[in-house]
Design a protein around this ligand. Structure first.
Ligand code: ADP
Ligand code: MG
Length: 429
């Protein structure tokens, strides 16, 4: 991976020059392979030569280690074009207090005559309608001005496509990174979704920076979405962040109660789901976080009703959504709450639960705690591993699997787990 992209550049009596794709390659090779390289040069050449590295400036800016690693594993994908989701239109977008401003700005960008708000930077939590609005812009602009070139890419697609062309260009002179560049720089509107994914990917940021400048200078439109405002994209290059501030930054909040009711009503009607205003209110009051979860709740009600061949009553809703709904003021369940209840149950101390002790009593309690944390919080395995004394995340996975398996046959364990789970929920409400 590190050596294959290197090239012989030139040599004279004292020095051998090797071309490398980036400073990361140079640094890695210098700290890991210099002895072997010197030996090989010595053997081949007969006398020692200085080995110098030239960073192949004509190829690309520096790639981060993560980018280089990805380049190795990425299949040869070609340039893509994401078709817009025909349902993500402005007509289907329900406007409320939480998204009014973002919606208005998006409408303006979608107007071929308008030059306002460039770039438009939309940010907000997951499932609040960022992607929907971007698709709506694309669909509207294509409809009003079919000759315009509109490109929507997730930042992952941009990243993959960039790495692919650039990496292939490093390996073979036949691949030309300009194809990638002309694709992205030749559009009238470029939309990049979830830009927070660029964090830590320096080469991609540099490339995007140049893409941005080329488009901006040519008076083309740019729309970007992110899960947080530009200033909070901590390790994103300053020059990129400052460009994001040039245009308009708008946020989308979680929908308020009226909007949630409106969304549920509209979506139920569109899907031909018979549901009373009381049940809509019940769902809207309990599912607060985002629109995606509202849709999920509605789908679930419909599925339950279809399975049992019943209509959607309040009783059915209460049953079907029992684990999905969050009590309106109920705080999120924390790892600490779970661990505390586990410690109470097993009469051990927190440091014994988290610590390295392998006695059966600790190990059992630890497995139960890991299982419940996995079940009751939305932390990832690596996050959980970190909360359990920096263990490996596969340890957490094994613990969860083990408890899941044992729960199938061990009624005593079932009682323990249920008891602790109830205690956690009780302490939380
Ligand atoms: P994000 O990109 O912010 O994570 P999405 O745009 O993917 O969220 O939205 C999640 C789901 O919720 C989609 O199915 C989308 O159509 C729907 N949705 C979000 N906001 C609205 C809205 N204001 N009106 C109607 N549907 C919405
Ligand atoms: Mg999205």
């Amino acid at each position: 991976m590190w050596l294959r992209p290197t090239r012989y550049r030139s040599s004279n009596g004292n020095a051998l020059q090797i071309e490398v794709p980036s400073v990361h390659f140079r640094d890695w090779i210098q700290s890991n392979c210099m002895d072997k390289i010197r030996d090989a040069v010595n053997q081949t050449h007969g006398t020692p030569l200085n080995v110098e590295f030239i960073v192949g400036s004509e190829i690309v800016g520096a790639l981060s280690a993560e980018e280089t690693a990805t380049a190795e594993t990425l299949p040869g994908v070609d340039h893509f074009s994401t078709p817009f989701n025909a349902k993500y239109t402005f007509e289907n977008f329900i406007v409320g207090e939480s998204n009014r401003f973002a919606h208005a700005a998006a409408m303006s960008v979608a107007d071929p005559e308008s030059r306002a708000y460039n770039p438009l930077f939309i940010y907000g939590g997951s499932g609040v309608g960022k992607t929907h609005l971007m698709h709506a812009i694309g669909l509207r602009l294509k409809e009003k001005a079919p000759h315009l070139k509109v490109l929507y890419a997730t930042s992952e697609q941009f990243f993959n496509s960039f790495i692919n062309t650039v990496y292939r260009a490093m390996q073979s002179s036949k691949v030309d990174p300009t194809s990638f560049r002309s694709l992205y720089r030749g559009v009238d509107l470029l939309m990049i979704d979830d830009i927070q994914f660029f964090i830590g990917k320096e080469g991609t940021q540099t490339e995007f920076f140049h893409t941005f400048n080329a488009l901006y200078d040519a008076g083309k439109k740019i729309v970007i979405s992110s899960d947080r405002p530009p200033m909070e994209l901590t390790t994103l290059e300053e020059r990129l962040k400052s460009r994001f501030m040039w245009g308009l930054n708008v946020d989308i909040q979680a929908p308020d109660l009226e909007t949630r009711i409106a969304i549920l009503t509209r979506k139920a009607r569109a899907a031909n789901i018979a549901i009373s205003p009381e049940v809509i209110f019940f769902v809207a009051e309990r599912v607060q976080s985002n629109v995606r979860n509202l849709e999920g709740a509605l789908n679930r009600l419909q599925a339950h009703a279809a399975l049992d061949n019943r209509s959607i009553s309040m009783e059915l809703a209460q049953g079907a959504l029992v684990d999905l709904v969050v009590t309106p003021s109920g705080p999120k369940i924390q790892v600490d709450d779970i661990n505390q209840e586990v410690c109470n149950y097993f009469s051990i101390r927190l440091h014994e639960l988290i610590g390295p002790g392998r006695q059966k009593k600790y190990a059992m309690a630890r497995h139960v705690a890991m299982y419940l944390c996995r079940k009751m919080t939305d932390l990832s395995l690596p996050d959980l591993a970190a909360r359990f004394g920096g263990r490996n995340h596969t340890t957490v996975l094994h613990a969860c699997k083990k408890i899941e398996r044992d729960l199938q046959k061990d009624t005593n364990l079932q009682n323990i787990v249920n008891f602790i789970e109830r205690a956690v929920r009780g302490a939380n409400s």
